[in-house]
Design a protein. Sequence first.
Lengths: 214, 174
Amino acid sequence: MDKDAKKIKAGLAILGEVVEIGLKKAGQSLGEISGREISIEGPGLEITSLEKFINLAGGPDTLVAAVYLTVSGDFEGHLLLLIPIVQVPELIQMILGESEDNSYSLEDEVNRSLLGELGNIVGTSFLNIMGNKLEMIMLPSIPYVLTDFAGSILSSLAVQTTTVGEESWEQILVVNTKFIEISKKIQGFFLLLPQPGTLNQFLNKVVTKKHGST
Amino acid sequence: MAVLEQSVNLGEVKYSQNEDVLVCYGLGSCVGVVIYDSYTKIAAMGHVVLPTNSKGDQNTQATSYFAVDKSPARYADSGVWYLFENLLKKGAKKNNLKAKIAGGASVLAIPIFDKGSNAEIGQRNLSIVKKVLDEIKVPLVAEDVGGNKGRTMRFYNEDARVEISTVGAIKKLL
């Protein structure tokens, strides 16, 4: 294995550990605002195929609400929180409590901002932990809430983060996690994708910070 | 015979020579391209993902390389050629061929974010698809493209109709 490949592998290992800690913290934050117990499941940092990626949130035809944030700073990438649309009313109820006035629909601006805020809190707490552990700056953008087919969102994101080269077609580096409310009623998908072209540089930085200059 | 719904996944091409329905689920910046011959009832749908072959191959004609590739419609340029040539091989008549397309939306191209060149992938996919259709002289008879919403595209070979589902809107017929 050449030096670069070794460095990338070492960087990914460190990143994997930090991601795990970050996810725990994000889960706690979500638990705090919802007053529920949230468990985190899933493989965490993994390299997946495009085909599997498109099917992550229940298949390409699944209707989802998504909170999308871009990340800038020492790490460039995309954060995505996906919640099947059928679960959105329950999620809103969970946080706001039951209300006769609330339609629980995402047509309602209040509910949209609530969902955006949710993505914001999860994303920011995750990025803060990662940034602290790696001693790097990771800045989330403001959240953007959209509803669409899971496939439309995931394929568009994959295309944006896939360089056109053959080698990256089959492989997408993703933090793939499910947030599950303990009563198993609500399930969300939390994804982090690095922007290619910046990843190797980032992993190099990760290794250098951890082990000093190489 | 029962009508089958064949799912055309990213980069794939599927054919219908009977009542089978061809469907591209959840198109975002991708483009669903259907080319069909209403007389011989041979139709093909491709799920185009990216505008051009990164290898910089200037020759847009499909070569034998794409025939063995499992995602022949991955690129708009070679993908449309692939559809065209394989329809003719299957017995479709060149002068009968017509095309309908859908997709090419900018689902994540959000105005508040500063976007790189990838933001217009949907538009670039569309322009290459149209350019190749023009080259092979297959008339584009209907389209539902652009915007910022994803689409599911179904093609019914029985009468060559295309049905478009979009989140939050009623179904559209092409």
